[in-house]
Design a protein around this ligand. Sequence first.
Ligand SMILES: [Zn+2]
Length: 297
Amino acid sequence: MSNTRPPHPFQGPLPVAYGPDYALHTGLETVTKSRLVAEMIMAGEAGDVHLFPPQPATAAELRSIHDARYVDSILDGTADYAEFGRWSKEGLASVLATTGGMRDAVSEALRVGRSGSLSSGLHHARHRHGCGFCTFNGLALAALEALRHVDTVGILDLDAHFGGGTADILGDNPGVALADVSVSPFDRWNPVDHDRHRVALVEEAEDYLPTVSHSFGVLEGCDLLLYNAGMDTHEHAGGLAGITTDMIRERETLVVRWATERQIPVVFALAGGYRWGGLSLEDVARLHLETIRAFTT
Ligand SMILES: [Zn+2]
C-alpha cells in the first residue's frame, strides 16, 4: 500500500465537509450547532476554508462498521437514532450526511494534507447500537476509508468523554492506534494493546495539556490522523474547571503542529460542546472555530 504524503507545507483553502442536511432545526446542540459554525466560517471568521457538501454514507459503508440489523433498523425507521428524538427523514439525512462527511474529509486530507467535517455525535456509537447521542460512528468509517490508502491510522479523541464506541469497532484493528484523553469517566474503555491504545482521565486542568502531549506517543508512525476535537472539555461548555479558551487554543495548536511536523494528513470532527456550563450556542460554535483556525494557519 502506498503511504500517501500530501503537499507540504499545507496551503489553503481548508476543505471542510458541510451541507444543508447536517444541522437539524431542533434538538440537542449535537445536531444544531454545525449551522452556526458554518455561518461563522462563511463570514470569514476561521480563515481560508472551502465548505463542500459530502456524499451521504451508504448502507454498505454503514454495514462495514455496524451490525447489519442495527443499520437496517435506522435506515427503515423501525428504531430511533441515539437519544436525540424520534426517527424522521430529516434526522436520517443528517446522520448519513455527517457520517459521510468524515469519509469525504479523509479523501481531501490525503489530497491536500488537512481537512475536516462539521460532524458531531460519532464516537460513542458502537458496533451493535448507538449510544450517547451518537448514531453511526463516522470516525470508524473515516478510519476504514483511510486504510484503503495508507497502512496505519491514528485517532486522537479529545472530547470531554471517552470514545468507547470507536474502541468497540476498531480496538481489534492492528492498523488503528487510539489515543483518548477525557475529563469525564463516561464511556471509558480498556486498552487491549498498550502499544497502540492509550486512555487517560484528566482531573486537574493543569494536567490537561501535558496529558494530551503524552498521548501523542501512541500515535507515532501513523500515516493519517483523525482528530475528534470536542469542546465539551472547556470549563463553561460542560467540561473541567480551569480548562479555558486559551488552553483549548493551545491544544489545537499542539495537535496541528504535531501532525504538520510529521507531514501526516489530519482530519478534524467537531465532536462535543454544549451549553451545559453557561455558554450560549454561539459561544460554543465560536469555540469550535478555534480548531478550524488552527487548521487554516
Ligand atoms: Zn462529549
